[in-house]
Design a protein around this ligand. Sequence first.
Ligand code: MGD
Ligand code: MGD
Ligand code: MO
Length: 779
Amino acid sequence: MTEIPGDRQGQGAPGTPATGRGPNRGGDFSQRDDHHPSAGWGAARSVGKIIAAAREPVGAPHAVLKMNQLKLSAKKDGFDCPGCAWPDDRNGLHLDFCENGVKHVTWEMTRKKVDGEFFAKHTVTELNGWNDFDLENQGRITEPLSYDPASDKYVPISWDDAYALVGDTLRGLSGPDEASFYTSGRLSNEATFLYQLWVREFGTNNMPDCSNMCHEASGRALTAAIGTGKGTCDLEDWESADLLILMAVNAASNAPRMLTALAEASRRGAEIVHVNPLIEAASRRTIVPHDFVAMGTFQATKTGTMNVQPRIGGDLALLRGVAKVVFEQDAVDQHFIEQHTDQYEAYRKLVDDTPWDDVVHQSGVAEEIIRDLAGRYIASRRSIIAWCLGLTQQEHSVDTMREIINLLLLRGNIGRRGAGPSPIRGHSNVQGNRTCGVNHHPTEEWLAKHDAATGITSPREHGLGTVATIEAMAAGQVKVFVSLGGNFALAAPDTRATFAALRNTELTVQVSTKLNRSHLVHGRHALILPCLGRTELDVRATGEQGVTIEDSMSYVHLSYGKRKPSSPLLRSESAILCGLARATLPESATPWEEYAEDYDKIRDVMARALTGFEDFNRRVREPLGFRLDQPARERVWLTPSGKAEFHPSPLPDVVPPEGRLMLSTVRSHDQWNTTIYSDNDRYRGVKNLRTLLFMNREDMAERGLTEFDLIDITSHARDGSTRSVWGYRAIAYDTPRGSVTGYMPELNILCALTDNSSQSDQPLTKHLVVEVTPAAPAP
Ligand SMILES: Nc1nc2c(c(=O)[nH]1)N[C@H]1C(S)=C(S)[C@@H](COP(=O)(O)OP(=O)(O)OC[C@H]3O[C@@H](n4cnc5c(=O)[nH]c(N)nc54)[C@H](O)[C@@H]3O)O[C@H]1N2
Ligand SMILES: Nc1nc2c(c(=O)[nH]1)N[C@H]1C(S)=C(S)[C@@H](COP(=O)(O)OP(=O)(O)OC[C@H]3O[C@@H](n4cnc5c(=O)[nH]c(N)nc54)[C@H](O)[C@@H]3O)O[C@H]1N2
Ligand SMILES: [Mo]
């Protein structure tokens, strides 16, 4: 593999401290566990800094006030925060924004610009030597660009020429399966629908998406267990639960608006149990950032009543232990089980046959603590179990989430107020993307309805997901890679293999807002197509256009950008897709031109193609939009048996082999997936360091390590191959023995492409077996 500057970022080299993908401004680093309440003034100060850095002192606060404020009326007066998928406050009582949402929005709204002039000054090889922070920090991309191999530079190209290049290349392939079409979960429902329509009319189901690395396992578990791949709760359920079990989420950083719900739950005396190998900030206290009295008096509210710290991957065993106690105490809802469930006896037998020793060893949690948790579960009348990535990125993730459902079913905790499963989604519209057709394994039923409405004949053969796409690019089978948003090069596992695969293609196309690594790791030809962001005004022939989003709790609502676009050359994602589709399918009977000019027309066809979207244009203009049906919420189970399914999964062995550790890769507080705002991680007390590993003190001592010592980390893939990063730092942290945590995307280098879950095909980015040693000297 030829060495390209920048490819070793995050990897380091033997004998020297590694640098991460953040700003790396040098200087001292530190870590102290100072337990400040989350949100509140620290958050306000941090927002101030970000707004100042984006040089956006005037417009930003105004725009932030418009964020999530649209649902009170059907007036076009606000946009949906692109920060996360947590639902909006539906009573309109709160100023519904958070520190990280503000950062996210301001990052998009910067006045800094990246245009042809910028690229004339820098070759791609030079830019590859820059860190990722500096790339994104150049500002918004303002014109379409095409890679010129002779000068190794991106040069301006007209929209029409760009569309023609894509159309000609796609039509020149030996078959449609030689192209793959990625999306990150930001795309609106309308653009998503057009994207999949173009791709399917072209003739392939190769539609990998960020979900393949995120919540794929949740969707599969929920579909198998209750018949639909979504949670059943909404915010009103959160408001009436008397027990919330929050598993595997760093809510204060990644779903900060949830803190409001937690503070309210705590004030009304609900139990809030946090299950996480780390004690994260949300499990302590919060100052609700839009509660002005609390802000003024520095009054913090408790947001947790119990912490349980399983080993990484130990949740299935932990939940099994709770189920054992439920049976022991005969606390099952027999009536519900008889009426609504299948496979109960098989499950009961498996639980009885699982010895406590295994439960305790595999979970890493003492029996006494499991019994305490079970006691709270049994005492509760309305329980919600919520979860995020700490459960989804392991080999046995689907089984773990099925155990959540098992446990909920035992006490009839699905399909009634204040109870149910509640996955916390990531990207603001990742759930909507799936609903609207981004899916490499669509069902026949979905395709049949879609084809009847659109008049196309979709391919039936299942397509490639994320990992399979990388493998196919490496093998030369996929020659064109199109990416609607996201930063595939860095988000995907096995960074070096992914880079090599992308560089092996004929053409890469990135529809983006900001410069990132994926623009620099490209095919023989490459295009950057700049689009409007969610905050920007989208005017087409029929006037101002709004787009719709589906949140984590299945509410669909309209979002209108308000700001003047960063450049007159930007186009909306929907308009770009129509242009690309027409260039690819000149004979197509699909009215692409109409769709591009009037999004109501897209919604009209969606209303016919998608179950639940009937009368879409009218319902989405009702105050607050509408909720998509979730049959399981009404106790209608769309499973083959017509019942909710218990699932008996034997406990997997999650204890790392002697001398090795289990690594989970997570986000810091100051990052949005591959976008890294600073090298700090405030709630975990870290300043100015990303190349670190949080370790149990005894695991450190056993390796002769003291605080901040330089370490090398080697992962052991299932196929026996190894990958290393050098010059990281050990940090002592309150985490179970054998469990270590570090940051994505730097540590993606350690996740072999072949290490995916056999249950979900997800990369095992929170299930990496590693060896940690004191840093070897430079060779
Ligand atoms: N500000 C901000 N917001 C975001 C994002 C962002 O990057 N920044 N990303 C968005 C996206 S796409 C997503 S998917 C979500 C991600 O939201 P999170 O799921 O919170 O993301 P991670 O940072 O990966 O944190 C995973 C959490 O799971 C814990 N964990 C790891 N392994 C285990 C385990 O085996 N068991 C248990 N019980 N816990 C475990 C970790 O300690 C950590 O607290 O956030 C979304 N929101
Ligand atoms: N090791 C490890 N790897 C992981 C994870 C992990 O926990 N550990 N998490 C996984 C998860 S949960 C996810 S979701 C993926 C994330 O994977 P991606 O979604 O691919 O990555 P992001 O960093 O969210 O993408 C950021 C880029 O999106 C572009 N962008 C921002 N706004 C817009 C917009 O409005 N329109 C368009 N077209 N582009 C826009 C910008 O150019 C920005 O640089 O990463 C996965 N990778
Ligand atoms: Mo995600």
